[in-house]
Design a protein around this ligand. Sequence first.
Ligand code: AP5
Length: 202
Amino acid sequence: MRVLFIGGPGAGKGTQSGRMAHFFGLTHLSSGDLLRKHVAEGTALGQRVKAFMDSGDLVPDQIVMDMLRKPVLAASRGGGYILDGFPRTAEQAHAAYLVASELGVEVQVAVHLRVDHDVLVNRLMSRGRGADDNDRTVIEHRIEVYEQQTTPLVEYYAVREELITIDGGRSVDEVSWDLVSALQARNASLADRASEPAPLPS
Ligand code: AP5
């Protein structure tokens, strides 16, 4: 199964992607984690993206696309993936779709974790992960960037894929239970579709 998560900063994408990847035997690919690893290791890529991340802005599309191409392909061949934090813009979604559909590894399920603004702020303020989590102004900016650049993707995937919307404002376990049953149902219908006989030639 090939899944992606959409949700504001602090919506629980990382938490729930990790749990679902474990449950369904999928590879969890977090663009934010990969970028933070580059920054922590001081790679050339890390040096190019640090200022964007610290200020709560998005890293340029091409950098993220190049970084993810190989791991997404490897995960697709190894049983499937959960993309956490990618795509983030309509441009990323469109470009990823073109590459992935050519290779037969396009997204099959998009999950939207819906969480209220104040809950997002409180979760991030109490986590304080790094430069982008410690300052309320930066957190508000990340949420604004999400609302402007990423929320249009909810509509994009509602049209193209089967979109699952989950209330992410509840406890971690409640959200996980809902996700497991929604993804199991979706996985079963994908398996049914794959076993349908090919249509007869007309
Ligand atoms: P990224 O790492 O993707 O950050 P984000 O989207 O801002 O999301 P977070 O990781 O902060 O939150 P989350 O939704 O994963 O929630 P989590 O489970 O951690 O991106 C960081 C930066 O990298 C971006 O700003 C950008 O610069 C760059 N970037 C990344 N991808 C990019 C892309 N594709 N294009 C361009 N730039 C990109 O939970 C948050 C907290 O809440 C935790 O403490 C957790 O324990 C807690 N929590 C989770 N669920 C619950 C719950 N149900 N109840 C109570 N607490 C909960």
